[in-house]
Design a protein around this ligand. Structure first.
Ligand code: GAP
Length: 535
């Protein structure tokens, strides 16, 4: 699938627009258009319904150690600054960046790669941004740097393979990705990804606060409120979805790495002895969710982190990854992470920020031997009313991105095939094959022609179906063109009111994927469509 074609369709058909586009756009920020907003809402609603409201608290799902309860929360984006100190984001949530003194551009240290080149200007590390065309970019830059022409490509004396800039120590010998001179990149510096803001009239550090970089912490700090206000018992999960903000150094790949995005997170609280079994359950359950909504097995993978990538307090972390078309062949991008977080978060908010390097975990101390960041001091342990046991629950965290999921479903849906036009001639057709549950529009209603009472009848059908799901009425242009427009929008069914409809009260229902057409009685239409959509 060609990413450029998808990006252009997204703009042309109103799935995604660059934020503030009329002012030149703002890097890392995206707006969802009329079709995009429905698609993303359907994905979020599918997640909420499948994980929370439709979850059966009373039975044991396949693969789960027992039955469990699910509940939800909706917390604020700006929280008490101490939350981020205890969570570790204040100290640890950073990337390394390098700046170019010549081009004034900023790069993420680990997203620049390059190769050593020998030549008349000495040994220089030619750097480029890490993309799927990095090798071609390197060749172009090498030729340009040595004033050679394309046909002289064989004269380039590369030394070694393409390696990450993170492996390079001698920055004086680096030619930055957009520089003409060598040695213009600064050495890597830490950059905290949290957006800072000020609360109230205080503009100094007293009023400083942060836009949340994840929704998870709102759940941890409300753990006690949920326990006290509901009758949930461990094991149970709290779900939350909402905006998160990260001041990414190099936002890129369409919405994949944005600065404002939405997360769909669950913190699942369980007994420490059962936590590994729950981790296994959630990693499999979440993988299945994507396949149930149409992501194909070969482009989706569940990758377990190696033991040496795990914190010692965690017995497992897995990423659900998708082979996005903008990534080099054979590589995958993260859609969701499922992490076993032990009792790290609840204890940090109780006792003070824990030092993740200590084993067993201990509160991190300052130079006076006091907690570096004080916790709330509130009791966030759990007492089992049946066994009387008191413990700090362990947490399994399935953390998904709504925008990344939307992007993956867009990539997966895009397809081109052949279909006959109005004159029966085969034409290439672009069709978005969304799963019916997430399709922005469920059915389009067309009068075949704009006369003979067909529009009136079609409008009645439209008004009736609108009570059940999102349908769209269109009477403009040849019916073949109207079909094409709906194929591009990913509408699973088109309902046409024709001459026969006026006499026998039936309509044709066209299936987006098979192109099959069948006649259905208007009186059965809502039920019939509902059944087909739920298939
Ligand atoms: N609470 C854990 C947590 O936030 P994460 O791996 O940093 O974990 C979880 O983020 C998910 O949020 C990712 O798998 C991804 O889908 C989404 N996400 C993270 N950063 C993002 C960004 N800059 N743009 C879009 N989505 C992002």
């Amino acid at each position: 699938m060609n990413m450029d074609k998808l990006v252009s369709l997204c703009k042309r058909r109103g799935f995604l627009f660059q934020s503030s586009e009329i002012y030149g756009g703002l890097n890392g920020f995206w707006d969802y258009g009329p079709l995009g907003v429905e698609l993303k809402r359907n994905i979020k609603e599918a997640w909420w319904r499948d994980m929370v409201t439709a979850h059966d608290d009373l039975s044991t799902p396949a693969g789960a150690p027992s039955s469990y309860e699910m509940t939800g929360l909706d917390c604020t984006i700006i929280m008490h600054p101490q939350v981020w100190k205890c969570s570790g984001h204040y100290d640890l949530f950073h990337d390394f960046m390098v700046d170019c003194r010549e081009s004034k551009r900023r790069y993420r240290h680990d997203q620049v790669c390059g190769r050593w080149l020998e030549g008349k200007k000495g040994r220089v590390f030619i750097a480029v941004e890490e993309t799927d065309h990095a090798e071609a970019d390197l060749q172009k830059r090498g030729l340009k740097f040595l004033n050679l022409r394309g046909k002289d490509v064989d004269q380039l004396q590369w030394d070694g393979e393409i390696v990450s800039l993170t492996t390079i120590e001698d920055f004086e010998s680096v030619l930055g990705p957009d520089a003409k001179e060598v040695g213009t990149l600064t050495t890597p510096r830490e950059f905290n990804l949290m957006f800072k803001t000020f609360v109230g009239a205080l503009s100094g550090e007293e009023g400083a606060a942060f836009l949340r970089p994840e929704t998870a912490q709102g759940i941890f700090v409300n753990f006690k409120n949920v326990l006290d206000s509901t009758r949930v018992r461990v094991p149970f999960g709290i779900a939350q979805m909402g905006k998160s903000f990260r001041n990414e150094i190099t936002p890129r790949n369409f919405t994949f790495r944005s600065r404002e995005f939405e997360q769909m997170e669950i913190e699942f609280f369980c007994h420490p002895d059962k936590s590994h079994d729950w981790y296994q359950y959630w990693r499999d359950r979440r993988f299945r969710w994507y396949t149930e909504l149409g992501l194909s097995g070969e482009r989706l993978q569940l990758r377990d982190h190696d033991a040496d990538e795990l914190s010692h307090y965690s017995t497992g972390t897995a990423d659900i990854e998708y082979a996005f078309p903008f990534l080099p062949a054979g590589t995958f991008g993260e859609l969701e992470g499922i992490a076993h977080r032990g009792d790290f978060d609840l204890r940090s908010h109780m006792e003070g920020k824990l030092d993740p390097a200590t084993n067993p975990l201990e509160v991190e101390k300052n130079e006076h031997g006091q907690p570096k960041w004080r916790g709330s001091g509130k009791d966030l342990t759990y007492r089992d009313d049946l066994s009387g046991e008191k413990f700090t629950p362990h947490v399994i965290e399935p953390s998904a991105g709504a925008d990344r999921a939307t992007l993956a479903f867009l990539c997966e849906a895009y397809s081109e095939d052949e279909a006959p036009d109005d004159k029966g001639k085969m034409q290439t057709r672009v069709v978005m094959k969304f799963h019916p549950r997430i399709a922005p529009i469920k059915a389009a209603i067309f009068p075949l022609v704009k006369k003979d009472g067909m529009p009136e009848m079609a409008k009645e059908v439209y008004r009736d179906l609108k009570q059940h799901f999102n349908v769209f009425y269109d009477e403009k242009g040849a019916v073949g063109r109207r079909y094409r427009r709906q194929d591009e929008a990913g509408t699973p069914y088109c309902v046409t009111i024709d001459g026969q409809s006026l006499t026998d009260q039936t309509v044709t229902v066209r299936d987006r994927d098979s192109l099959d057409q069948s006649r259905v009685k208007i009186s059965d239409l809502a039920v019939e469509l509902q059944q087909r959509l739920n298939r």
